[in-house]
Ligand binder design. Sequence first.
Ligand code: HEC
Ligand code: HEC
Ligand code: HEC
Length: 202
Amino acid sequence: MFGWLKRLWRGLWTPSTRWALGTLLGGGFVAGIAFVAVFNTSLHLTGTDQFCAYACHSQRTHVAPEWEASSHYTNRSGVRAGCADCHLAKDFIPKMQRKIRAAWTDVPGEIFGWIDTPEKFEARRLEMAEVVWAEMKANDSRECRSCHNRAYMDFAAQSSRARESHEDAAKSGETCIDCHKGIAHRKPDMPAEEGESEDFSL
Ligand code: HEC
Ligand code: HEC
Ligand code: HEC
């Protein structure tokens, strides 16, 4: 039954009598380059705002409008934080881990319609947000820090509330996401003890 598989396996490991080694190596090289090109392009395309914000229904209708209304979309400085800037690591390994998780959770969510109506989305918003918060807490708000750096903050230019909190944070070891929830999305409704005391969302 598996005779063809055996033949294929054997064929793969038997030296070729028909093709010169150079041809085989050359072919492998070209195939390798083609693979890397396709891999890189898909990695890039699945990390653009065009893809993340607008390609699928749930993000286009529920997520994109909130982001578009936030100061991370347009602001006086003209620097936009796109979806990937906050949600996707820059380094290869964590980036791949996030992509694999997206393929595992976000894509089926879209396909099976788990979050395709505003009601279903709201019902799951807190659960989804908690995943993001846990991730950002664990990596010390790494993606926020790829743009914001406490060391470059002009505390004198900040409100006294911001200044005091940022100075305190240096001592207490709190990280950006501990205080700044809901900066690009509507903050989920949550039990008082989880968010009220630290509600600095702007
Ligand atoms: C791509 C760069 C970038 C990333 C990533 C980023 N920000 Fe920002 N952030 C900005 C810019 C630009 C502004 C607006 C500055 C201005 O007002 O001119 C801003 C504004 C803010 C403000 C001011 C309040 C407001 O909304 O007006 C807070 C708070 C903030 N960011 C927190 C965060 C946190 C927390 C993260 C991580 C979850 C983060 N930022 C990720 C660039 C970024
Ligand atoms: C202990 C809580 C706390 C932590 C931790 C914290 N912030 Fe803030 N941040 C605040 C408060 C409070 C404000 C002022 C909000 C207001 O005035 O409404 C603020 C304001 C800001 C602003 C706006 C400043 C302005 O003058 O408009 C930015 C940008 C910001 N934070 C970025 C960050 C980033 C990036 C981190 C992580 C490196 C961080 N914050 C960590 C509490 C915190
Ligand atoms: C400035 C950083 C920032 C940007 C830009 C951003 N997000 Fe988020 N995102 C967060 C944070 C932080 C959370 C955790 C919940 C919260 O605090 O709002 C989150 C949560 C989410 C959630 C879970 C549901 C929810 O509302 O909490 C989804 C889905 C999501 N983001 C998708 C996107 C997409 C798609 C884009 C681009 C259109 C985007 N995000 C842009 C920071 C960002």
